[in-house]
Design a protein around this ligand. Structure first.
Ligand SMILES: *[C@@H]1O[C@H](CO)[C@@H](O)[C@H](O)[C@H]1NC(C)=O
Ligand SMILES: *[C@@H]1O[C@H](CO)[C@@H](O)[C@H](O)[C@H]1NC(C)=O
Ligand SMILES: *[C@@H]1O[C@H](CO)[C@@H](O)[C@H](O)[C@H]1NC(C)=O
Length: 225
């Protein structure tokens, strides 16, 4: 047993002995090239490595930027959605039988009455006769009117002293908002229908529209505002 093992060892060493000079001479030749050759090889390797790293780095940066911009975009979306929806929420609900119209609640009367009685009816409901801020509000209020033929008193009458149409809050009418058909004369009050605005004797019986501002809901207000 021992002899066999020794023999095997010997043959291996004998076989590999003469061969070892020829095969190992090939890689040795390459490695033994001129020094600048080796140096160039190393430099090339370093260059390739740097290039690969740069490409990886660039890819990561681009991916990061894309992700970041999409996150920013979606947060802008959320903000936009928020600002679209907060226009009416945050304000109190309108009482039963009142309708919400932007930042107001409005009530269309069932019965008819003189302008002065309409005015006092609204004040008993902690409201006033309708004031119309702009064309948009006029358009929206008209959308709520079902019957074309009905006139509703609003909070506008012809002021004796100034000889001008005056809102009940004390401001004068801007005729760009409302053109009133009929005479500009004493004891006339304004009514609106789905299609027009009229000057009528204040002692005419009409339906009317009351308004009240919707209050901000206190427990929903942001703490830092
Ligand atoms: C914002 O609202 C629009 C529709 O109004 C919807 O398509 C979009 O997904 C919403 N965005 C977010 C981030 O909620
Ligand atoms: C409204 O005017 C009529 C007469 O024009 C009068 O009888 C009535 O008392 C007035 N109503 C109010 C609330 O002032
Ligand atoms: C009175 O109401 C009119 C119509 O809504 C509005 O244009 C005006 O600014 C208001 N004036 C005051 C002092 O609130």
């Amino acid at each position: 047993m021992d002899r066999q093992v020794i023999y095997a060892d010997l043959t291996v060493s004998r076989d590999s002995g003469p061969e070892s000079s020829s095969p190992s001479s090939l890689p040795r030749d390459i490695c033994q090239g001129p020094r600048w050759h080796q140096f160039a090889l190393k430099l090339g390797c370093a260059g390739v490595t740097l290039l690969v790293l740069a490409v990886i780095g660039l890819t990561i940066t681009v991916m990061f930027l894309i992700q970041k911009s999409s996150i920013e975009k979606s947060s802008v979306d959320v903000q936009q959605n928020r600002s679209e929806t907060t226009e009416s929420p945050g304000l109190s609900e309108c009482p039963e039988s009142w309708q919400s119209l932007q930042k107001k609640c409005v009530l269309f009367s069932q019965g008819i009455d003189l302008w002065n009685n309409s005015l006092s009816y609204c004040s008993t409901k902690e409201s006033s006769l309708l004031l119309i801020q702009d064309q948009e509000e006029l358009r929206l209020i008209r959308k709520l009117m079902k019957d074309k033929a009905i006139n509703f008193w609003i909070g506008l009458n012809f002021a004796l002293l100034e000889k001008k149409w005056k809102w009940i809050n004390g401001s004068f009418l801007n005729s760009a908002i409302l053109k009133i058909k009929g005479y500009d004369e004493e004891n006339n009050c304004a009514s609106i229908s789905k299609t027009a605005a009229y000057s009528e004797d204040c002692s005419t019986d009409n339906k009317w529209i009351c308004q009240k501002e919707r209050n901000p809901v206190i427990n929903k207000v942001c703490p830092d505002s």
